[in-house]
Design a protein around this ligand. Structure first.
Ligand SMILES: NC(=O)c1ccc[n+]([C@@H]2O[C@H](COP(=O)([O-])OP(=O)(O)OC[C@H]3O[C@@H](n4cnc5c(N)ncnc54)[C@H](OP(=O)(O)O)[C@@H]3O)[C@@H](O)[C@H]2O)c1
Length: 209
């Protein structure tokens, strides 16, 4: 039994939690305000869902998703995520997040900054380039001709295998864009960002990014 910890329970966190529970995973949801504010959501998602603090989601998850406004990435707990596979869904919107000159100048990317904040974790970028609602509505079983693809990037091959297996379980093909730095190819304003494409076309969109 795999437990997915969610740091952030907004649009993306909720969609991933629903989809994961529907496919037999347990989930621990967390937000910035505390578990008591997640009671209704957890009841609605069902018995496989529970709420905790961000630290609890981090320590109880076999696999942990960071899905909060990017500007808050330094608040993600470091110690309980050591050694773990961490999925980063975050995108940089300067209108919301404020300016990060190192990203604006192309010296780094949002996911690389999270990875630097979590030096002992194995960070994989995934689910940043798909609309939250589509995580539920566009999911299809393997082999379905309309199945869409989700691009991923990461430096750790085993971590990418774990994440690819989750993405597949949740209803999407996987396009591996390569190392974490190549995740920039499906960041905001790139052809693959928000693209509703199958694997072959998604591979081309990522390559064009
Ligand atoms: N929405 C989309 O379609 C979409 C698609 C792909 C990627 N993304 C990206 O994914 C990330 C999340 O997006 P979203 O739309 O799900 O955001 P959202 O709906 O605004 O939800 C953000 C969640 O993060 C929580 N949070 C904020 N600071 C936190 C902290 N320090 N510790 C723990 N939880 C914290 C919030 O909790 P409180 O409410 O208690 O503050 C809330 O549950 C963003 O970077 C976004 O750009 C979004």
């Amino acid at each position: 039994m795999t437990t997915i910890g969610l740091i952030g329970s907004g649009h993306i966190g909720t969609a991933l939690a629903r989809q994961a529970v529907a496919h037999g995973y347990d989930v621990v949801l967390s937000n910035s305000r505390g578990p008591e504010t997640l009671t209704d959501l957890v009841a609605e998602i069902g018995d496989r869902a529970r709420a905790g603090t961000a630290e609890e989601a981090a320590s109880e998850g076999d696999l942990v998703v960071v899905t909060i406004p990017f500007k808050s990435y330094r608040q993600v707990p470091v110690a309980p995520l050591a050694g773990k596979v961490v999925i980063d869904t975050n995108n940089y919107y300067y209108e919301r997040d404020g300016r990060f000159p190192e990203v604006d100048e192309g010296r780094t990317s949002p996911t690389e900054l999270l990875a630097a904040h979590l030096p002992d974790s194995r960070v994989v970028k995934a689910f940043n380039a798909i609309q939250a609602a589509h995580i539920v509505s566009a999911a299809r079983p393997a082999g379905d001709p309309d199945r869409r693809a989700v691009p991923i990037a990461g430096d750790d091959a085993e971590a990418k295998r774990v994440v690819a297996s989750l993405v597949d379980d949740l209803g999407f093909d996987v396009v591996d864009a390569g190392p974490l730095a190549e995740g920039r190819r499906f960041d905001r304003d790139k052809p693959a960002y928000g693209a509703e494409l199958g694997a072959e076309a998604m591979r081309e969109a990522v390559a064009a990014g």
